[in-house]
Design a binder for this molecule. Structure first.
Ligand code: DGL
Length: 263
């Protein structure tokens, strides 16, 4: 099975890590679309264009059986469009884990950290209203502008980024939020730092493992052929712009190499 995965940068590797352990038999192709990063500040029209080009490339060059949009921002902006354009393809998206957070909270207060593009989307609003509204859970949302870029570029979080995180998390702490949704695939990379800065007992919800499970279910119930050819490399990484290999290695716990790609 061949699976294409993409994100604006390194964040989607937090999902790749889970797919590698859930589906070791799959061959993965990953695009970090750093030439167009961050997606979080782009319009839905722009994100649709990037997502279309990437999917076209995966199909034409690697004949993928499934696509994983390992990015909340691209999912909210483009997944319906991709499904309409590529009806034959198994497509799995990424959504902020509000459902598991609502199930986990004891204080009845849930925080959501995400990009502006995700929080602005109709798809997110419907999900939040439907899931939290039913149980009278209060949601504290925070758009973390610039955080994905900081995670791409800063080996250790800079003072400025730490200060921003303090500012973003303070209202959640005051409100006694006990569960925070990491609604951007970049954020699990700094889960420990978020916990440290929050400085109070908190459950962080990420969705990589659930996405990998969903992909497995869909692949094994679809008509995708499972006869594979012999291969010597299970993960192929591409970047459309600058990328930090070191940060990628920290996420995957393995040595990696990115091939440059222009789309
Ligand atoms: N990793 C992405 C997400 O899940 C996008 C970050 C960005 O490029 O703004 O939303």
């Amino acid at each position: 099975m061949k699976v294409g995965v993409f994100d604006s940068g390194l964040g989607g590797l937090t999902v790749v890590k889970e797919i590698l352990s859930e589906l070791p038999e799959a061959e993965l192709f990953y695009i970090a679309d750093t030439a167009h990063a961050p997606y979080g500040d782009k319009t839905h029209e722009q994100i649709k264009q990037y997502a279309y080009r990437i999917t076209r490339y995966f199909i034409d060059t690697h004949a993928i059986d499934a696509l994983v949009v390992a990015c909340n921002s691209a999912t909210t902006a483009a997944i319906a469009y991709l499904r309409a354009q590529f009806p034959e393809l198994v497509i799995v998206g990424t959504e902020p884990g509000i459902k598991p957070a609502v199930a986990a909270t004891r204080s009845g207060k849930v925080g959501v950290l995400a990009t502006q593009a995700t929080l602005n989307s109709e798809k997110y609003r419907v999900l939040a209203k439907k899931t939290a509204g039913k149980k009278s859970i209060e949601i504290y949302e925070q758009a973390c502008s610039g955080l994905a870029e900081a995670i791409e570029n800063e080996e250790n979080l800079s003072e400025k980024t730490e200060a921003l995180l303090h500012e973003w998390l303070a209202p959640m702490r005051e409100a006694k939020v006990d569960t925070i949704v990491l609604g951007c695939t970049h954020y699990p990379v700094i889960a420990n730092e978020i916990k440290r800065i929050y400085a109070k007992e908190v459950t962080l919800v990420e969705t990589g493992a659930a996405i990998a499970k969903r992909l497995k279910t869909l692949l094994y119930t679809s008509s995708v052929s499972r006869s594979h050819t012999v291969r010597n490399k299970a993960l192929h990484l591409y970047a459309t712009g600058k990328i930090s290999r070191k940060s990628a290695e920290r996420i995957l716990h393995d040595s990696v190499d990115f091939e440059p790609l222009s789309l």
